[in-house]
Design a protein around this ligand. Structure first.
Ligand SMILES: [Zn+2]
Length: 468
């Protein structure tokens, strides 16, 4: 394969910030230096005036996910194309066990669906049945590079496991180089509140938020941390939204425990007031945990600054607002008369980097290095992908984005590349735009032009998770 030279860019990683040229040979960075000769290189790009950043790493997506009551609308092909346009070149998605079946059939099914991926993909495994068989399969999966397992304390009867099952899975992970990811909300208590609200006739989207109090996220986060401490496993709290949960994570980290947490752009930019939008618009914002108020939002921004939160991922879980196309019968409309029937999830894989650059670097005082760390380096390190992913260095994959820190944008759902029919950030303006995206040295996004293709993404066998 021919070589590529990116000249004159300002290279920013989690720790560096300097101007240099990058030589890419095959699919990796082979040299970084000043005034590298352009003669003899097949392709030369001038990155003068642009930031040169490692490709984004999004460790929380649900592509082509069928969980019985609904199915997400993006295929791996469409979802990862949207990711690439947003500057994300690595996605770690959730494979899931089907109840009554093993973990291995779940990962085989996921790998078939993931064959259309346009960027590199890894898998976390969702565990629903914890028994001798599935615990043994965890060890097999870890050897195959699936080194993180997600369990739920929410959704009783559907996804939830009890504390004993969670503890058993944690002990296997802790002893085997894997990390447990947890969706931490108190499912049984929330179920009581939801049933009572529906019985009262409180069926509008705003009751989705009112029946999932932040204290029940805090309770489950605290409880899960204590279980992980006893089981001696690293723990990763997904989509943290509540100040109470952040307090639990902060205390654990102050104790020196290997506890980590991510938040998502929607918790940083949107609030519970979005559920009160006219008509049924609030349904667009129904995801779990729900959007919170301003005080929680400020706590999350503080956590990103102080490293009590380590990662920003998207929880891209797209359901159409109107009838889903492509022969799928599910959409947000199925909850029009009952908020508890609205599919839980929202899109966001394409807008993460521009939003966090604008809101974080420009408005909340995050450094450029911290921006890269939150969106690329830290997730790569936590999930066993570093230094192949998450940085720009000799020998690393040439996943590189050219980013214009001064170009303004307005988010329009109609311009997005996901198959979903809306964005939660419609009309939002900001500054800082992805201009070019290289995946392992190949230019896949050039402005608004798509040069990648379905199937070019590789499966990532990950190293140990949660050992940083
Ligand atoms: Zn999720």
């Amino acid at each position: 394969m021919a070589s590529t030279l990116i000249k004159n860019g300002r290279i920013v990683t989690a720790v560096d910030d300097y101007t240099a040229d990058i030589l890419i040979e095959d699919d990796r960075v082979s040299m970084i230096g000043r005034n590298l000769p352009a003669a003899g290189q097949a392709r030369v790009y001038d990155a003068g005036g642009l930031l040169v950043l490692p490709g984004g790493v999004d460790v929380h997506t649900h592509l082509d996910w069928d969980f019985g009551v609904a199915r997400t609308v993006d295929t791996f092909g469409t979802g990862t194309k949207a990711a690439a346009f947003g500057g994300t070149t690595t996605v770690v998605d959730f494979a899931n066990q089907t109840r009554g079946e093993g973990l291995l059939p779940g990962i085989e099914n996921w790998r078939r669906r993931a064959e259309s991926a346009c960027v590199d993909v890894g898998a976390h495994m969702i565990v629903l049945d914890v028994n001798r068989h599935s615990l043994a399969e965890m060890t097999t999966l870890i050897r195959e590079g699936v080194t993180s397992f997600k369990l739920f304390t929410a959704y009783p009867g559907v996804l939830m496991v009890d504390d004993g099952a969670l503890f058993k899975a944690m002990r296997v992970a802790g002893g085997s180089g894997a990390m447990i990811c947890v969706h931490a909300e108190n499912g049984p208590v929330i179920q009581v509140l939801v049933e009572e609200a529906v019985a009262r006739g409180d069926t509008a989207p705003t009751h989705h938020a009112l029946t999932r109090p932040s204290s029940m996220e805090g309770e489950a986060t605290h409880r899960t941390i204590r279980l992980a401490e006893l089981a001696a496993t690293p723990l990763y709290v997904v989509h943290l939204s509540a100040a109470e949960a952040l307090t639990a994570v902060t205390q654990a980290r102050d104790q020196g425990l290997p506890v980590y947490a991510e938040t998502c752009p929607h918790y940083l930019f949107l609030t519970v007031a979005d559920y009160d939008r006219p008509g049924f618009e609030g349904a667009k914002y129904v995801m779990t945990p729900p959007l919170r108020n301003q005080a929680h939002q400020e706590a999350l921004w503080r956590g990103l600054k102080t490293n009590d939160l380590q990662v920003v991922s998207t929880d891209h879980c797209p359901f159409c607002f109107n009838e889903q196309p492509y022969g799928m019968k599910f959409s947000k409309q199925q909850g029009r008369n009952d908020f508890s029937k609205i599919p839980n999830g929202a899109p966001g894989v394409e807008t993460r980097l521009p939003l966090i650059f604008d809101g974080g670097v420009r408005q909340h005082g995050l450094s450029l290095n911290r921006f890269v760390e939150l969106t690329s380096t830290a997730p790569a390190r936590l999930f066993g992908l570093f230094p192949r992913k998450g940085t720009i260095a000799v020998g690393s994959d040439a996943d590189i984005i050219l980013f214009d820190p001064d170009e303004t944008w307005t988010i329009r759902g109609s311009e997005g590349h996901s198959r979903v029919d809306y964005t939660m950030f419609e009309g939002r303006r900001g500054t800082g735009r992805v201009k070019k995206v290289f995946l392992r040295g190949q230019l896949v996004v050039d402005g608004t032009e798509w040069l990648g293709k379905e199937g070019m993404g590789e499966f990532l066998r990950r190293g140990a998770s949660g050992r940083i």
